[in-house]
Design a protein around this ligand. Structure first.
Ligand SMILES: O=C([C@H](O)CO)[C@H](O)[C@H](O)COP(=O)(O)O
Length: 430
C-alpha cells in the first residue's frame, strides 16, 4: 500500500482551515484531518464543511474520544467523517462501542496511542477490538520538550499488528523518511505544513520526502539541550514572551545595540556595588565563550562598564553585557558591535574595590538570574529563561514564530490581523 499524507488542521478558525486544506490538497495531501482544537472551536460543522468541500478525500475527525465511543462516532459519521479517533487510554468498552457504531454508520476507527505507557501491548489489544488503524502519536506539549514520535516503537508496532499504522507528532520533511522506512502507512503532519507561508510547497515537499526524494526546506524542527543557541537565535524576545506567558521579562534596562542586533547566551552573574567595576571586569577572565555577563548593581548610577571592558570581553567570546546599573562609552561599544543593556548611561566611572561576588544568584530588572540561565536580548528588550525550562520555552517560542509566518502570509494576501484570528467571534453574544 502506498503511504498517505494526512494534513492535520489544528488552528481554531474554520475558514482559514478550509483555505489551508485546499492548498495542502493541491500540494498532494491525501487525507484531511479536522484537528481536535478545530472541532472544539467549531464543532461538527467543521467536519461537515470539510466533507462538502472535499467530497473525494477521506476526512478524519480527530475527536480523541475517551468515553461514550458509540455516541461520538455516530455524531462524527453523520457529519461526514470517514475516520474517527479514539484514545488508546480509553476503556476497551469505549473502543468496542466506537467500532460497533462505526460499522453501523460507515466510519473507521483510528486509535491514538498518545500517552499510552506500553504502546506495543496496547496496539495488539485494540487490534483485537476491531479498529482499522493504530496511530503512534507524540503530543504537541511533549514535542515542546524536544521529543519526537519514536521510530523504534513505530517499527515494533508495525511488526506486532496487521492493521495499517499511522504516525504523528512534529513530523518534518527531514524526519518523514525514517517513519516510512519503519513501515508507517499514514503520515500525519500539522505544523510542518500549516505553519508555512507556502502550504502547497510544504505538502509537495512532504510527498517528495515520503518517496525518498531529496527536499530543500524544513520547518517545525524541534530543538534539544545541544542546539539551544541556534533555537534562541531564530526567535525574538517577543516570541519568547508570548510563548512563556510574559514571564522572564527584564524591566527597565535600555538596549544599547546596533539595529537588528541580537544577543543570545548563558548568564555569568556578577554582584557588585555602585561604581565598583572590579568584579564585572574580573568576570571577563572567568567567562566561557557564549556567556553573557549579567551584573546586579542595584540600579547604581555610576558606571561599572565601558569600552575597554567590552573589547576585552569580545576577545573572550562573551556575547554581551547586561547591567542593572550604569554603563559608559556607548558610542564606542556600539561601534564595536558588542550588545549592551543597562539601566542608564553616564560619563563617570567609579573605582575598583572588589565588593560582591561572581556566580552568585542576582536580581536584575526584577528577575532572578543564575549562572547558566539563558539571556536573550534585542531591540525590544531582554528576557531570562531559567536553564531548567530552556528547551521547552525555546521550542514554544519557535512555534509562535512559525505560526506568525502563516499569519503574515495571509495578511500579505489581503486579510487583516483581526480577520485572520476571527476576533469578532469572541464578542459576547447579544
Ligand atoms: O493531534 C494533534 C495534536 O494532538 C493537536 O490536536 C496534531 O494534529 C498532530 O500532533 C499533528 O500535528 P504536528 O505535531 O504539528 O505535526
Amino acid at each position: 500500500m502506498e503511504p498517505v499524507l494526512q494534513v492535520a488542521l489544528d488552528m481554531m478558525q474554520l475558514k482559514r482551515s478550509v483555505g489551508i486544506a485546499k492548498e495542502a490538497v493541491e500540494g498532494g495531501a491525501d487525507w484531511i484531518e479536522v484537528g481536535t482544537p478545530l472541532i472544539k472551536s467549531e464543532g461538527t460543522e467543521a467536519v461537515r464543511t470539510m466533507k462538502r468541500t472535499f467530497p473525494g478525500r477521506r476526512i478524519v475527525a480527530d475527536t480523541k474520544t475517551m468515553d461514550t465511543g458509540a455516541f461520538e462516532v455516530e455524531i462524527m459519521a453523520k457529519a461526514g467523517a470517514d475516520i474517527v479517533t479514539v484514545l488508546g487510554l480509553a476503556e476497551d468498552s469505549t473502543i468496542s462501542e466506537a467500532v460497533e457504531s462505526g460499522r453501523k454508520y460507515g466510519t473507521e476507527i483510528m486509535v491514538d496511542m498518545i500517552n499510552v505507557p506500553d504502546k506495543v501491548r496496547r496496539a495488539k489489544e485494540v487490534e483485537k477490538l476491531g479498529v482499522a488503524y493504530i496511530c503512534l502519536h507524540m503530543g504537541i506539549d511533549t514535542q515542546m520538550r524536544g521529543e519526537e514520535a519514536p521510530v523504534d516503537i513505530l517499527r515494533e508496532i508495525v511488526g506486532a499488528v496487521s492493521v495499517p499504522v499511522a504516525v504523528a507528532g512534529g513530523i518534518t520533511a527531514d524526519t518523514v523518511p525514517e517513519y516510512i522506512n519503519a513501515g508507517a502507512y499514514d503520515i500525519i503532519v500539522g505544523g510542518g505544513i500549516t505553519k508555512t507561508d507556502d502550504i502547497r510547497g510544504a505538502a509537495a515537499n512532504m510527498k517528495k520526502a515520503m518517496k525518498g526524494l531529496a527536499i530543500d526546506s524544513v520547518v517545525a524542527k524541534k530543538y534539544t539541550e545541544d542546539d539551544l543557541f541556534e533555537a534562541f537565535s531564530k526567535v525574538s524576545t517577543c516570541n519568547i514572551s508570548d510563548a512563556y506567558h510574559k514571564k522572564g521579562v527584564i524591566f527597565g534596562l535600555h538596549p544599547y545595540i546596533q539595529r537588528n542586533a541580537k544577543m543570545v547566551g548563558r548568564a555569568l552573574t556578577v554582584q557588585t556595588a555602585n561604581g565598583d567595576w572590579a568584579k564585572p571586569v574580573e568576570a571577563i577572565d572567568l567567562a566561557k565563550p557564549g556567556d553573557v555577563i549579567v551584573v546586579d548593581v542595584g540600579g547604581g548610577p555610576i558606571a561599572v562598564w565601558g569600552e575597554l571592558a567590552s573589547n576585552s570581553a569580545m576577545n573572550m567570546g562573551v556575547k554581551g553585557i547586561v547591567i542593572d546599573g550604569a554603563i559608559r562609552d556607548i558610542d564606542d561599544i556600539q561601534n564595536l558591535g558588542f550588545p549592551a543593556f543597562a539601566r542608564s548611561a553616564v560619563p563617570c566611572a567609579g573605582e575598583a574595590k572588589g565588593y560582591g561576588g561572581i556566580g552568585v544568584e542576582i536580581t536584575v530588572g526584577g528577575q532572578r538570574v543564575r549562572t547558566g540561565d539563558w539571556i536573550i536580548g534585542d531591540e525590544s528588550g531582554l528576557i531570562v529563561v531559567p536553564k531548567e525550562e530552556a528547551v521547552e520555552v525555546a521550542n514554544r517560542a519557535l512555534d509562535v514564530h512559525e505560526h506568525e509566518t502563516r499569519t503574515r502570509e495571509e495578511i500579505r494576501r489581503g486579510s487583516t490581523l483581526s480577520k485572520v484570528n476571527e476576533l469578532s467571534k469572541w464578542e459576547p453574544v447579544k
